[in-house]
Design a protein around this ligand. Structure first.
Ligand SMILES: N[C@@H]1[C@@H](O)[C@H](O)[C@@H](COP(=O)(O)O)O[C@@H]1O
Length: 286
């Protein structure tokens, strides 16, 4: 796993958006995998990423025409057109502002008659397009990824989840601070669904994520902090702001800053020669 630290959440957004633009533009279609497949999160942390991706699109630097997307999760118990549904969030903040084909956007349907079938079919759909190339994610204050709350199996797949009380409290800000109107359940991709992606990029910004960040980076792989599973992913990148580093050891912060510097120097010196096996221009694997 690599950790990249930027001063502000806006800089984190720019860094990740540039990274995604490069991946999309470098993608080479192949048999059984004709489209770049992007996993996407909701929440406040990805907003600067989406803003910057929209700007890049408007500037003609990237097209999403051939991108297929899969969102991480969706609430159960609120309508798709509810202002706080993840469907609404995605179309309002991203999909309606870029040239993605709405038919290529996949979001779990929390209103499906058969929620089990919905989850099962979602996994099958991901498989059918050749798997996810890059899964972008955020992190909950309790260290969860998608809606994989503490205690979720690290082998879990897309399924129905009951939300942790801490998550319900956290999300109340989107529901006029009325706990009673926050959905209690969600459909979510599993930890293993995220781990199957070729690459995972995690956004961690703000002081309220500092403890979760230190647990996932410095703690053990642990089902109580489901994002810690990324320690065992071959290609995981965490991008955080300075505020989120406040619970990390000084030594950890210095270490990751120093390897980024070395990486930049090596890339400047060897350029394309340093291309890794994925051909993605990163020399040091996670
Ligand atoms: N299911 C979402 C997660 O995918 C997201 O990472 C988390 C943090 O959201 P925020 O970025 O608003 O802090 O919120 C919810 O729990």
């Amino acid at each position: 796993m690599r950790l990249t630290i930027r001063d502000t959440k806006e800089q984190v957004g720019s860094y990740i958006a540039d990274y995604i633009v490069k991946r999309i533009n470098d993608f080479v279609p192949r048999e059984g995998h004709p489209n770049f497949v992007l996993g996407l999160p909701t929440g406040s942390s990805p907003l600067p990423v989406y803003k910057r991706l929209v700007e890049a699109h408007k500037a003609g630097k990237v097209s999403f025409k051939d991108v297929v997307s899969f969102n991480m999760d969706e609430y159960v118990g609120i309508a798709r057109d509810h202002p706080e549904s993840y469907h609404t969030f995605m179309f309002k903040n991203f999909f309606s502002l870029i040239d993605i084909n709405p038919k290529n956007t996949n979001i779990l349907d929390g209103e499906a008659e058969d929620l089990y079938a919905e989850c099962h079919n979602y996994e099958a759909k991901i498989k059918a397009v050749g798997g996810i190339d890059l899964f972008l994610g955020g992190i909950g204050a309790d260290g969860h990824i998608a809606f994989n709350e503490p205690g979720s199996s690290l082998q879990s797949r897309t399924r129905i989840k009951t939300l942790a009380y801490e998550t319900i409290i956290d999300n109340a800000r989107f529901f006029n601070n009325d706990l009673a109107s926050v959905p209690r359940m969600a459909l979510t991709v599993g930890v293993a669904t995220v781990m199957d992606a070729k690459e995972v990029v995690l956004i961690v910004t703000g002081q309220n994520k500092a403890l979760a960040l230190s647990q996932m980076i410095e703690g053990s792989v642990n089902h109580m902090v489901t994002a810690s599973a990324l320690q065992t992913h071959k290609w995981a990148l965490v991008v955080c702001d300075e505020d989120a580093t406040s619970e990390l050891r000084v030594k950890t912060v210095k270490y990751f800053k120093s390897i980024e510097k070395v990486q930049d120097e090596v890339e400047a010196k060897y350029g394309a020669m340093g291309k890794d096996k994925l051909g993605q221009g990163r020399i040091t694997a996670a």
